[in-house]
Design a protein around this ligand. Structure first.
Ligand code: ADP
Ligand code: MG
Length: 283
């Protein structure tokens, strides 16, 4: 019979070694912990032994030159890709390799992964159909009078939640507009609204400012800060270096599949390796 734990000659267990995986105490302070993540595509090592964590209630930036492995890392975290090795822990639980919808249900939501806005539907309809808003799913319940009352009450609650969300993102005036008619920035606000309807704890935003005009960008950033103050956690991939430096308390820099630097914006700006990786770019 073998025992993983080593036993001293006198029979007592040797000094306790922390075990990996589920035995580690959930770390409330760090909802997301990525350890030794690796993902290859054929001969290409897209993500090579990447480890980092994200502290609760922060906006953490993930940057790096094109091809650095940011999207692949995001995809491995949210379940769109299965990593070759390594672990992803969310709120103390191992979520490595779980399906994207399962990950989202746990409260880790990636904006681009929420089914894109349905262009043929209005903004209001898009929100009513968000993942956690599926009240009609258990149709049989409405057969019973009491349950029907419950469904109606839930629908009323859902409607209120939808309007609150639309007002929060200041797109309530667009409620009856077809999603396909919205500007790039308005679509981003809709995407964020849809993400919030799923009641997440943490949001992974992949270039939320791309194609957004400065006014709406400002609005989107304000909302992100408001939500962060309410306790939401953000991991933000963004190409616009100023946005990252001005809005993130912590920045993780990836380069050629690895984590090159991890620190405050000031530390990142002063990091020789980062400067070299971004040679010619203004950081
Ligand atoms: P980033 O998002 O930082 O620009 P990616 O994660 O998209 O970087 O890509 C990292 C590396 O992995 C690149 O060399 C890219 O060409 C490669 N890669 C990404 N996805 C695939 C894929 N599905 N098949 C093959 N190679 C891929
Ligand atoms: Mg990318």
């Amino acid at each position: 019979m073998s025992d993983a734990q080593s036993v001293e000659a006198d029979g007592s267990a040797s000094e306790e070694v922390p075990l990996s995986g589920a035995d580690i105490e959930p770390d409330e302070e760090k909802p997301l912990v990525v350890e030794n993540l690796r993902k290859t595509f054929g001969g290409i090592v897209a993500v090579d032994d990447v480890s980092f964590d994200v502290e609760a209630g922060t906006i953490t930036g993930l940057i790096g030159p094109n091809g650095a492995g940011k999207s692949t890392t995001f995809n491995c975290i949210t379940g769109a890709l299965k990593p070759d090795s390594g672990t992803v822990r969310f709120q103390g639980e191992d979520i490595t390799g779980l399906r994207p919808d399962v990950v989202a249900n746990r409260g880790l939501v990636r904006t681009f992964q929420i089914a894109r806005a349905l262009d043929e539907m209005t903004v209001l309809e898009n929100l009513m159909l968000s993942p956690k808003a599926q009240l009609g799913e258990k149709m049989w319940r409405s057969v019973f009078p009491v349950a029907r009352g419950e469904v109606i009450a839930q629908e009323k609650e859902l409607r209120e939640q939808v309007w609150e969300t639309l007002e929060f993102f200041e797109i309530d005036h667009l409620a009856e507009e077809y999603a396909g008619n919205l500007s790039g920035g308005q679509q981003k606000l809709l995407e964020m609204s849809r993400a919030m309807m799923t009641e997440p704890d943490m949001l992974l935003l992949d270039e939320p400012m791309a194609g957004v005009n400065p006014t709406l960008e400002e609005k989107l950033l304000e909302r992100i800060h408001d939500l962060r103050e309410q306790g939401y956690t953000f991991l933000l991939v963004e190409h616009d270096m100023d946005v990252i430096m001005e809005n993130c308390e912590r920045v993780i820099v990836m380069h050629q599949g690895t984590v090159l630097a991890d620190g405050t914006p000031a530390e990142i700006r002063a990091d020789e390796q980062v400067i070299e990786a971004y040679l010619g770019e203004n950081i």
